[in-house]
Ligand binder design. Structure first.
Ligand SMILES: [Zn+2]
Ligand SMILES: [Zn+2]
Length: 256
């Protein structure tokens, strides 16, 4: 078994002119040949181009790294699609929504609806460090990330394919331990725009490259570079450690 990763959006901090904020589509077949689709993050602007790659109303789950708008703002938009779009009367099952504690409150705050109806389409399952969840063929493990709000990094396994998604995080032991078990890292390098950056928020290209090299991964996809930045200096910093690292680009499909 293997999985397919489609980069829907990779811009860091805000949506950019060429890409929405954080959003990735994972697809894998189970033993019966049924295709399963899980979204990782649903950041600002992602619900638009996501419709090029799948019917968002029918996804089998949404995995969210944390409650910053560039990672979860369009959860409300997906809810609107489910409740008012073409599939509204089909009796589709609730969408499993996996993420750190408090994500339900964030969705309701964005909607501003006192009834909290945006959460009605979701089966919310808060995850903590060390938790494991399954959606079809996807085995999902969560690790505490180092970010100003509760945040998780994920290891998603299908057969022999082990994809780590860092979410937003500075380097820390928990994230390093997850990286050590990954074969592919989809890793953030959000700190590029200043020479000296606060601790506990993001990695820069040098830190991400070191982490992936120490983990000995087969592939590294660099993402979450701020929407206003030229990504190439960051890629160059990453490649000093992992020469084959590539940049996440909207529409690109990676199979592994
Ligand atoms: Zn972010
Ligand atoms: Zn963040």
């Amino acid at each position: 078994m293997s999985m397919r990763l489609t980069i829907v959006g990779c811009a860091g901090s805000t949506a950019g002119p060429e890409s929405p904020a954080s959003c990735y589509l994972l697809e894998a077949e189970d033993d019966e040949g049924r295709m399963w689709r899980v979204i990782m993050d649903l950041g600002s602007g992602a619900i638009g181009p996501l419709q090029r790659y799948c019917d968002p109303a029918r996804v089998d789950g949404v995995l969210v790294s944390h409650g910053h708008p560039d990672h979860c703002a369009d959860l409300g938009a997906l809810s609107v699609l489910r409740r008012y779009g073409p599939a509204r009367d089909e009796g589709l099952p609730l969408i499993p929504l996996l993420g750190p504690p408090g994500l339900d409150r964030r969705v309701e705050e964005v909607a501003g609806d006192p009834d909290g109806s945006d959460m009605d389409v979701y089966d919310y399952r808060p995850l903590a460090h060390g938790d494991e969840a399954r959606i079809g063929p996807f085995v999902i493990e969560a690790a505490r990330a180092r970010h100003p709000v509760p945040a998780l990094a994920y290891l998603v396994t299908v057969g022999d394919s082990r994809l780590m998604f860092t979410g937003d995080t500075d380097r820390c032991d928990e994230v390093d331990a997850l990286a050590a078990r990954a074969s592919i890292i989809l890793g953030e390098a959000g700190w590029a725009h200043r020479e000296v950056n606060p601790e506990g928020v993001h990695m820069n290209g040098d830190q991400l490259g070191r982490m992936a090299a120490e983990a000995g991964v087969e592939a590294l996809i660099v993402t979450h570079i701020a929407s206003w930045m030229d990504p190439h200096p960051t890629l160059a910093a990453v490649r000093r450690h992992v020469p084959l690292a590539c940049l996440a680009k909207p529409g690109h499909v990676h199979g592994f």
